[in-house]
Design a binder for this molecule. Structure first.
Ligand code: GRF
Length: 216
């Protein structure tokens, strides 16, 4: 049987540390993936530097030739064109900080028929949206973590696939929580992709949420 790598298109906006984990795992043959491209909406994102250093195809959809930022619809149409051409097996939102509209999500899920996953820094369905670490602390939660879920048109509301959970410490600040959750993400995202590759998770028929607990 031929062992074809899972072809990924990754959308990122920021530092790209989760992207880096995937790059390293691909290079070290620890994950059977082929990162076909990185699409970025910020021309100065460090994720781009990481992708270029690994010789990955990068697409920047930030400003047009006159320096005017692309409108959301223009961004989405351009990104869809790239995905249509490359035909990845899976789209991964790894620190992609732009809200996507039904134009893009429907285009990927229904027209191109490509599944799309997102990494979110909370134990969904709690704390959708931004500033999760500060909100978790403000509410006095004892548990926090991150989730990988399927992307659907409603923000952070698609089927949850996997989660990593940690215990909030009395002296945690939004910064320390962010760092600790970030470390969990670096394991959760590749592990989730590995589960998809190995058929442990069937994206067409998700039967359970896989949860992992961290004592760190
Ligand atoms: C992560 O915390 C992720 O949960 C959020 O954006 C951050 C991305 O981090 N959506 P990085 O760019 O991969 O370092």
């Amino acid at each position: 049987m031929k062992n074809i790598p899972l072809k990924l298109a990754i959308l990122a906006s920021g530092s790209g540390s989760n992207l880096q984990v995937l790059i390293d795992k691909q290079l070290n043959n620890e994950l059977n993936i082929d990162i076909a491209c990185v699409i970025c909406n910020k021309e100065n994102a460090y994720a781009l530097t990481r992708a270029k250093s690994a010789n990955i195809n990068t697409f920047i959809i930030d400003k047009d030739d006159t320096g005017k930022p692309y409108k959301r619809v223009e961004f989405e149409q351009r990104a869809l064109d790239i995905l249509r051409q490359l035909q990845p097996d899976l789209v991964v939102l790894a620190g992609f900080m732009k809200i996507l509209t039904p134009l893009f999500i429907g285009g990927v899920n229904n027209d191109l028929n490509i599944p799309m996953i997102n990494l979110h820094p909370s134990i969904l369905p709690a704390y959708k949206g931004l500033d999760t670490h500060a909100r978790v602390l403000k509410s006095g939660e004892r548990l926090h973590g991150c989730s990988v879920h399927l992307v659907t048109e409603e923000l952070d509301a698609g089927q949850i696939l996997t989660q990593s959970v940690l215990i909030v410490k009395p002296n945690d600040t939004p910064t320390t929580l962010q760092e600790r959750v970030h470390a969990l993400e670096h394991t959760l995202l590749p592990r989730t992709i590995d589960f998809i590759i190995k058929g442990v998770i069937d994206l067409d028929d998700v039967k359970q949420i896989y949860q992992f607990f961290s004592h760190k």
